[in-house]
Design a protein around this ligand. Structure first.
Ligand code: PGA
Length: 258
């Protein structure tokens, strides 16, 4: 049985002053205040901008919520202006990070190769990497979804072999991110099943059974139930809806109901 994971991705949003009111409102809405054990039944994580990490970690701790970075560099230190290492994150009490989000791939030159290096370094550092994959609209329209996702996932699994640790893979079709146009639950399940098959074949059946696969791309309180009802969808990576405490709390409650 895979514990559901609801992960919020705040992207470049929110300020330090918003953290405490947000987490307080979220914890109340989600029911964590009344039932602190809830976060054992469904894991809750927020990937927040670097300057918010220290304070977010302190504040989230009392609610049993996890905080993650949105990006990281694979080297331990050195002449890499603007970059942040795993060790630096660890000092803040962070042990999870997004890797290769499509916005990083699209705007900041991330490739399968850099994503693989980061996944490898994350596992060596004992981190939970949440590695992102997904096809563009042009790729879907030209029937390349399977080959693109297979290429991306194969590269990630190569870096995670032989022991994927706590690796999580998030399937986020680029055309569904921030567009209000989510994949249908059937479209999402089809790709999740493909990813799980690749994990089983390329790592092991046990790893395939254990690894959590998240769906992301215009996930909302309205469509999350149907998405989470699919056999291979173990949670969500949620952008826009994770900025609103009540909306994200509803989605966490949906995860709890599964
Ligand atoms: P969205 O973003 O939920 O706003 O579509 C998801 C993501 O980019 O992780």
């Amino acid at each position: 049985m895979r514990t559901k994971l609801l992960a919020g991705n705040w992207k470049m949003n929110k300020r330090i002053s918003e953290l405490a009111p947000f987490f307080d409102a979220f914890a109340t809405e989600a029911g964590i205040d009344r039932d602190p054990g809830l976060v054992k039944k469904v894991e809750v994580l927020f990937a927040v901008p670097y300057p918010l990490l220290a304070q977010a970690t302190q504040l989230a701790k009392k609610h049993g919520i996890h905080i993650a970075a949105q990006n990281v560099h694979w080297e331990a230190s050195g002449a890499f202006t603007g970059e942040v290492s795993f060790g630096m994150l660890q000092e803040l009490g962070i042990n999870a990070t997004l890797i290769g989000h499509s916005e990083r791939r699209q705007y900041f030159g991330e490739t399968d190769e850099t994503v693989a290096k980061k996944v490898k370094a994350a596992l060596a550092a004992g981190f939970t990497p949440i590695a992102c994959v997904g096809e563009t609209l042009a790729e879907r329209d030209s029937g390349k979804t399977e080959s693109v996702v297979t290429r991306q996932v194969t590269s990630i699994l190569g870096a995670a072999s032989p022991d994927p640790g706590r690796l999580v893979i998030a399937y986020e079709p680029v055309w569904a991110i921030g567009t209000g146009r989510s994949a249908t639950s059937a479209q999402a399940q089809e790709v999740h099943a493909l990813i799980r098959r690749l994990v089983r074949e390329q790592l092991s059946p046990a790893a395939g059974d254990r690894m959590r696969l998240l769906y992301g791309g215009s996930a909302t309180p309205q469509n999350i139930d149907e998405l989470l009802a699919q056999g291979d969808i173990d949670g969500g990576l949620v952008g826009g809806a994770s900025l609103k405490p009540a909306d994200f709390a509803k989605m966490v409650r949906s995860g709890l109901a599964r």
